[in-house]
Write a protein that binds this ligand. Structure first.
Ligand SMILES: Cc1cc2nc3c(=O)[nH]c(=O)nc-3n(C[C@H](O)[C@H](O)[C@H](O)COP(=O)(O)OP(=O)(O)OC[C@H]3O[C@@H](n4cnc5c(N)ncnc54)[C@H](O)[C@@H]3O)c2cc1C
Length: 472
């Protein structure tokens, strides 16, 4: 008699492990299958090693502010790149080990192998067929590399290989100015690599507000060569690679391809599900249940192409794991306020509604530039801009885009405000300690408030600015 599992989870990344945590609460009759190394993309080659490299780069870059602080000798500081990269890998190994522990006790319920769907209730792995009441697909994404570039060999890196290097090349091109390209181009440049960056369009780091985008381009362009608006192509020449984009032509030692990531669906057998697939080969997926059409199949994490962000992958795994173990109809979860952060310096962040999604006729904008903000000046972080968007009728905060010092923290504060549907005036009720970078945020809020009707004069939200750097 054929044995039927309650759930088969395909992929043990963040989405798959989050699903596993939910599934284990309700049944022990499951398997989780993973192709390649266990330990998640985030810990192995994604969020964590990239942030470890960025921290080293920013620590070294800080020397450029020393003489103004009155600290001498900055010019004699150097980096030992092999040591920097060793530390990245040591931290990486630590994070991977802690992640792998979560599946250590599964025994035969953790299967290494490449799974393929045979039908909505059947999966094949290592030549064995498994029957399942529900299937969770969490196969993640992989870096986009145009096919002809695969023959460029070791001179072409992706973030899958960058952190494995023992040393860094002298001159590198970074292709793609999305979040990963921006983070890595700045970090490599700050570590002393001569970086030439190329972006296929004018927007960088996921920004859609032209003013914030322009500020980010100006700031990053001061650190490394930034070429935008043309598709780059590569040719191998002698020991290097030639990069051509529009009129630009450079020869570099190596290239980091950061052209985005593609869901891993090739060979997965989605066509066996009997539902229509779109041009990208993707079935219809409900973002609130993670269900594929009306099948007992759920797709969570980068693989569903909805957002390639870790906390979203974890949420989607949670939803998929919850719904895959229910006999009743799937539950619709309310998704969180959108929040995307790029760990550039200054931080780039987009919270709530993107600027490009808002109607200018019904949206108010408030902004602050940090060039003269008191605390930012004191710490030599006085760069960047933050723009807030609010509904003209209700004064409710809708979204924000920024390239701002400590943007990662302000973005969280704003995400909470948007999630709670707070108005500009309600936000101005919050105490702002002095002197903090958040006083810059208050300046942008006050600019919004000035465009809204005043409800009551006897309200601290109307307390105005001094218009002096030392006090605002
Ligand atoms: C350089 C970099 C930096 C990043 N930085 C951040 C950041 O700072 N913040 C943030 O929020 N996000 C960041 N991300 C994105 C984040 O890492 C991903 O969104 C997240 O890891 C996706 O998790 P996942 O579970 O969807 O996929 P993964 O973790 O990729 O897991 C998928 C697993 O499925 C396996 N698999 C694939 N096909 C099969 C198959 N057929 N059978 C069995 N197993 C299969 C894969 O081998 C893999 O182990 C970054 C990503 C990168 C690459």
């Amino acid at each position: 008699m054929k044995e039927t599992l309650d759930v088969v989870i395909i992929g043990a990344g963040t989405g798959g492990l989050s699903a596993l945590r939910e599934v284990r609460k309700r049944t022990q009759n499951f398997v989780i299958i993973n192709d390649g190394a266990w330990g998640t993309v985030c810990a192995r080659v994604g969020c964590m090693p990239s942030k470890a490299l960025i921290e080293a780069a920013n620590a070294y870059h800080r020397r450029s502010t020393f003489s103004e602080f009155g600290i001498q000798g900055a010019n004699s500081l150097t980096t030992d790149i092999p040591t920097v990269l060793r530390r990245v890998r040591q931290l990486r190994d630590h994070f991977v080990a802690s992640t792998v522990k979560t599946t250590d006790d599964l025994g035969r319920r953790a299967i290494s192998g490449r799974a393929r769907l045979l039908a909505p209730d059947r999966v094949e792995v290592n030549g064995q067929q498994l029957y399942a009441r529900s299937i969770i697909i969490a196969t993640g994404s992989s870096p986009i590399v145009p096919e002809p570039w695969n023959k460029l060999g070791k001179r072409l890196f992706t973030t899958d290989t960058l952190f494995e290097q023992e040393n860094l090349p002298t001159r590198m091109a970074v292709l793609g100015m999305g979040p990963i390209g921006v983070e890595m181009a700045q970090a490599l440049s700050r570590l002393g690599v001569d970086v030439i960056a190329f972006g296929g369009n004018q927007a960088i780091g996921g920004l859609t507000d032209p003013q914030v985008n322009a500020a980010a381009i100006e700031l990053l362009g001061c650190e490394f060569s930034l070429n935008l608006g043309e598709k780059a192509d590569l040719t191998a020449i002698n020991e290097g690679l030639q990069v051509r984009a529009g009129d630009s032509e450079v020869v570099v030692d190596a290239v980091l391809a950061a052209l985005g990531r593609r869901p891993i669906i090739d060979g997965l057998g989605l066509e066996t599900l009997g539902v229509s697939l779109n041009e990208q080969g993707m079935p219809p997926i409900n973002p609130n249940t993670m269900q594929v059409a009306d099948l007992p199949i759920f797709m969570a994490g980068d693989v569903n192409g909805q957002s390639a962000i870790l906390h979203e992958a974890a949420d989607e795994g949670h939803i998929a794991g919850f719904n895959a173990t229910r006999l009743a109809a799937p539950v619709c979860f309310t998704r969180r306020t959108p929040l995307a952060i790029v760990f550039a310096d200054p931080n780039i962040a987009v919270v709530g509604s993107q600027y490009c999604a808002l109607e200018s006729a019904t949206t108010l904008v408030g902004e602050v530039t940090f060039s003269n903000q008191g605390r930012a000046r004191v710490g030599q972080h006085n760069k960047g801009i933050l723009r807030l968007y609010a509904a003209a009728d209700s004064g409710r905060l809708l979204g924000a885009e920024m390239c701002a010092p400590s943007g990662e923290h302000m973005a969280h504060l704003l995400a909470l405000a948007i999630d709670r549907s707070l108005t500009v005036r309600e936000l101005l009720h919050m105490p702002f300690y002095h002197p903090v970078l958040e006083e810059g945020l208050r300046t942008a809020l006050r600019m919004l408030a000035a465009q809204l009707p005043v409800d009551s004069e006897s309200d601290l939200a109307t307390c105005g600015a001094f218009d002096t750097e030392a006090l605002d």
